[in-house]
Design a protein around this ligand. Structure first.
Ligand SMILES: Cc1ncc(COP(=O)(O)O)c(C=O)c1O
Length: 387
């Protein structure tokens, strides 16, 4: 059997840097107590890891105040906190057709309750035009929430331009950085961001079960979840200050420790180096796949503004069957279907054919992996011709 090749890093990065595994093991064995709620030494040490990671992530996004870095379980959780905490019936919100269901579904549920939602489509190359966003501003627009890098077509959206328009209009601007944080620079100040939502287990190379958001000073998100915060226990209501406002219950401390180790690895390597490596392989993949008769690629013309996510179909085969052959015959992991982003597939006209096949490259992939993936698709396309 050939070597197993993992090209599903868009779903979750795998493997993790060795330091992530060892840090989590050491942390949980030595400091696996409840942090911040007691004065004994181990609790203080566990709390220090959380505080340090808030600082590290705040610096990473060029935020100003680590207490505005709130932890959640993952992006979906943080996006729910933002969307349900900022919108009320009668409000207007602008999003895009690039969004993941973690944005689409909260918005859909709110639209049933009287929130007015507009979705800006992407153009043929996979980009949202900032002017199209601006044209949708209304007096009651309370939020613009945009996917930074698509988990289906890989395009990176012009968030700085969109952010500038939002700032001028006084509309809070949030980005879903699930696919970008850890590989594409994100800067609260320079890109006019009000809220950055991230997940720990993708390009930040941490474990599952930890994510969060950074909220710019002055941006109000109501708490939609309340409970213990470890401080001010006599209060009958939930603590109002960030980060407690958006956090309740015991934080996933071992997840935070793993995330911190992942972030440290990213910082040691440098996002630019990681992105350059991944995009070199993505270019190879795009060029190789585009030469195979019967293969259709989506939005790969401009790889300048792209993450290493490439989606395609083979004429005459369903994506799921292509994925199964690539897995069973070649031991390569990819992702097929609608990728939790149904509006992208509606726009690409791939819903009827049940989505697409996605390869997503990570920092530990190699040229050999990429060549093997091209070869696997070539053989599958040859097979499809005989059907
Ligand atoms: C663009 C985007 N947003 C949100 C999510 C949800 O991330 P999580 O599963 O960490 O909540 C994903 C996961 O694939 C994603 O790709």
């Amino acid at each position: 059997m050939s070597e197993f090749i993992y090209l599903d890093n868009g779903a979750t990065s795998f493997p993790k840097p060795e330091e992530v595994y060892t840090t989590m093991d050491t942390f949980y064995r030595n400091y696996g107590v409840n942090p911040g709620r007691s004065g004994y030494e181990l609790a203080v040490e566990a709390g220090a890891v959380i505080d340090d990671t808030r600082k590290n992530l705040t610096g990473f996004f060029n935020g100003t105040d680590p207490s505005h870095l709130c932890f959640s379980y993952n992006s979906t959780d943080a996006l729910n906190l933002v969307i349900f905490g900022m919108l009320r019936p009668g409000d207007h919100v602008i999003s895009t057709t690039l969004e993941h269901n973690s944005v689409l579904r909260p918005l859909y549920h709110l639209s049933q309750d009287g929130v007015d939602v507009d979705y800006v489509p992407f153009d043929g190359a996979g980009f949202v035009d900032p002017d199209d966003v601006r044209k949708m501003f209304k007096p009651n627009t309370r939020l613009v929430i945009i996917n930074h890098a698509s988990n289906v077509i890989g395009t990176i959206q012009p968030i700085r331009e969109i952010g500038q328009y939002c700032r001028e209009a006084g509309i809070p601007f949030a980005i879903d950085a699930s696919q970008s944080a850890g590989t594409i620079p994100i800067d609260m100040e320079e890109q006019f961001l009000d809220i950055v939502v991230f997940t720990g287990h993708k390009s930040l190379l941490g474990p599952v079960g930890i994510g969060g958001l950074y909220v710019r000073d002055g941006v109000e998100i109501r708490h939609t979840r309340v409970g213990g915060s470890g401080i001010l226990s006599a209060l009958r209501t939930h603590v109002d200050e960030y980060p407690y406002r958006l956090e309740s219950g015991t934080i996933n401390t071992v997840g935070v420790a793993g995330l911190q180790a992942g972030l440290k690895w990213v910082l040691k390597e440098g996002t630019e180096k990681i992105h350059t490596h991944e995009m070199k392989l993505a270019c190879m993949l795009r060029d190789g796949l585009s030469e195979i008769p019967g293969v259709t690629l989506y939005c790969v013309e401009d790889l300048e503004n792209h993450i290493a996510v490439i989606s395609f179909n083979i004429e005459g085969m369903e994506a799921e069957d292509v994925g199964a052959m690539i897995d069973l015959d070649h031991d390569i992991a990819c992702r097929t279907g609608l990728h939790c982003a149904p509006l992208v597939h509606d726009q690409l006209d791939t819903t009827e054919i049940r989505g697409a096949v996605r390869f997503s490259i990570g920092p530990f992939n190699t040229e050999e992996h990429t060549l093997a993936a091209i070869e696997a698709v070539r053989e599958t396309a040859d097979f499809a011709k005989q059907l």
